[in-house]
Design a protein. Structure first.
Length: 255
């Protein structure tokens, strides 16, 4: 079986000095590819260096995380072009984060739209972070109709209705992670209404470790736990989950 982790942060300080062991554990668990989400200039060099040390295994994204959007966001977004030649597979993680940063909502929407325009111009998918900002998110997406955007909603825990709204904007997927395994998680019910052909697996490591590891540092090696839960809910084999979600990831991110 092959698994693909479509969103992790192995260059995060939580893994400092252990990156090689973390990657090896993931490979041993059958996770052959790990996409690395970008958050801004402070971590970018470390992320890209790690990806270049592991070609064919780690792939970088490129973008300004909404929780890092400040008054200087235009400088941050302008700086993205210098990294284009280093092979990002997506613009991300970008989006809106109102849970922790509601005071920067207007700046976030501006930065988000600007990065969607980059995705259009570079013909890349987008990896979306969305928290407590659903209506503003769709407001921005309405402004970008006609751009032929594609991508995924990462760490998806919203309703099936949100997914259905998203499908009106093109080729969109949901990234399913450890939250699926949490007790009383609504996504465990809503995922029944989302077709396998639109589901990706992810960890968001080092965050959101699945049950029974909840509260510990997450790793890409935990993808099989998420896959097993998805297989149980969907009533299919874990082999089918691995096959379909990996094919989805390869298609969306041109891996």
């Amino acid at each position: 079986m092959e698994f693909i982790d479509t969103h992790s942060h192995i260059s995060d300080e939580a893994f400092e000095g252990e990156e090689e062991q973390v990657i090896r554990r993931a490979l041993d668990a059958g996770v052959s590819i790990m996409l690395q989400a970008d958050t801004g200039m402070t971590e970018r060099e470390a992320t890209y260096k790690l990806c270049e040390q592991h070609p064919g295994v780690l792939f970088p994204m490129l973008g300004l995380y909404p929780g890092n959007v400040e008054d200087n966001w235009k400088d941050e977004v302008q700086a993205l072009s210098a990294w284009r030649a280093r092979g990002p597979v997506a613009i991300g993680e970008i989006g809106l984060e109102y849970h922790y940063r509601p005071e920067t909502a207007n700046l976030q929407k501006e930065a988000f739209k600007a990065q969607l325009e980059i995705a259009r111009d570079w013909d890349l998918p987008v990896n979306i972070h969305l928290r407590d900002a659903t209506e503003d998110f769709f407001e921005v997406m309405d402004q970008c109709r006609g751009m032929q955007l594609r991508g995924n909603l990462h760490a998806f825990s919203a309703s099936a209705e949100v997914f259905e709204r998203m499908r009106r904007y093109g080729e969109w997927y949901v990234g399913i992670g450890g939250v699926l395994t949490f007790k009383k998680a609504h996504i465990a019910t809503d995922i029944l209404r989302i077709p396998m052909e639109r589901i990706l697996l992810e960890t968001d490591a080092p965050y959101l470790a699945p049950t029974p590891l909840r509260g510990t540092r997450n790793e890409s090696a935990n993808i099989p736990l998420i896959a097993a839960k998805l297989a149980e809910i969907k009533g299919i084999s874990i082999e089918e989950v691995a096959s379909v979600t990996s094919a989805n990831a390869r298609k969306l991110f041109a891996l």
